[in-house]
Design a protein around this ligand. Structure first.
Ligand code: SAM
Ligand code: ASE
Length: 346
């Protein structure tokens, strides 16, 4: 839409103002299980049938399904007086729980946690700090103590971390040729989704997921079963404990959780334990050098403000941290998706 048009009718402003209506429609449809119910039925269903199956009001479900049609998340089939609904290709692929490319768990975490944190964005901007205390009544003194405030929240966060690699993981492990690195530690490796991508792409390597004991326990229980050849676990605290020696350390979405000084502290520890000729792979949503975008990274940086102690950074800011820690020959690969990769060597 041209500037002139926007001056007369501010469609973009209206879209932004009411963007949360769209988010909430998506959240509620996933939470109620609409897409999985339609998948299981294997034929288009009426609103009454979906309402009956999911235990909701018929009127509420009619409006919800109709809004999903408007959002192109469902297809409406008109037969006689009735309307029948089915999943679109996109919702079957990304919104059903068990699809290999599912974002279902990301959506649930966005609904149950992010949405509540973002209720305090104004306070976060005023104060310049995260809002765990206001949103959930937990102290944010220990950041991951707050993020992992219950077993349910821990699993939910881990599922969020896990699911994005369903759609972005391949690009990250292929961004550089990692085959020369045999012993790899994925620091803060969480559910192990990226580790799994890594051993699939490089069958000759061994990836160890290094994470807090509770996370390792949950990862073993819910995400990585014994059959996963080439994936090991190491329980530890990367700030407090000595790091094991390795050829490559992956830090995916780690530095963006922390201040520059904590990030440098961690990278320095990594540099000291890294074998000569080895390296570090940073995986982050990179901001453009002039801060002009991408808008996803700009918004994620606000999310880091409400939820963590960190920020999203530009390539030059990561390069400065890597150089200060001792690393050299810093290379960047942009993937065009959410996350990019930076490789530096010792
Ligand atoms: N790398 C994963 C990914 O990109 O999907 C997870 C990133 S998540 C934002 C940060 C991870 O760092 C979590 O798995 C968390 O448990 C881990 N972590 C936080 N503090 C840690 C510490 N002190 N020692 C080890 N792991 C830590
Ligand atoms: C973190 C990553 C995330 C810490 C908290 C987080 C994400 C959500 N909450 O390291 C994933 C990225 N998504 C957004 C909206 O920032």
């Amino acid at each position: 839409m041209s500037a002139l048009h926007e001056a007369q009718y501010p469609q973009r402003i209206l879209d932004y103002m009411e963007g949360f209506l769209i988010s909430k429609t998506l959240f509620t449809s996933c939470e109620l299980g609409v897409f999985d119910f339609l998948l299981a039925s294997r034929r288009p269903l009426s609103a009454a049938e979906v309402a009956e199956g999911l235990g909701t009001s018929r009127d509420g479900m009619e409006r919800l399904l109709s809004a999903c049609v408007g959002l192109q998340l469902l297809t409406a089939h008109h037969s006689h007086a009735d309307v029948l609904y089915s999943n679109t290709e996109m919702s079957r692929m990304y919104l059903t729980k068990c699809s290999p490319r599912s974002l279902y768990h990301s959506i649930l975490y966005s609904s149950s946690t992010l949405y509540l944190c973002w209720n305090y964005l104004t306070d976060a901007v005023r104060e310049g700090r995260n809002q765990h205390e206001r949103a959930f009544g937990v102290s944010s003194g220990d950041l991951f103590g707050a993020v992992y405030r219950s077993d349910e929240e821990t699993l939910s966060f881990m599922q969020l971390m896990n699911s994005i690699w369903n759609i972005c993981g391949e690009d990250i492990v292929m961004a550089f040729d990692l085959s020369p690195f045999k012993t790899i530690y994925d620091l803060g490796g969480c559910s192990g989704a990226l580790a799994r991508r890594c051993v699939t792409a490089y069958p000759g390597c061994c990836v160890t997921i290094f994470d807090l004991p509770k996370v390792v326990r949950m990862s073993r229980e819910h995400f990585i079963s014994q059959e996963n050849e080439g994936i090991l676990f190491f329980e530890g605290d990367f700030f407090r404990d000595p790091l094991p020696e390795a050829d490559l350390y992956i830090l995916a979405r780690i530095l963006h959780d922390w201040t520059d000084s904590r990030s440098l502290e961690l990278l320095t520890k990594v540099y000291q334990r890294c074998r000569t000729g080895g390296g570090v792979l940073l995986v982050e949503a990179l901001l453009h050098e002039d801060n002009s975008g991408p808008v996803t990274a700009q918004l994620y940086s606000l999310n880091m403000l409400v939820q963590t102690e960190g920020r999203e950074r530009k390539t030059s800011e990561y390069a400065a941290l890597l150089t200060a820690a001792g690393f050299a020959s810093i290379q960047v690969r942009r993937t065009g998706k959410i996350y990019d990769a930076i490789l530096a060597t010792k």
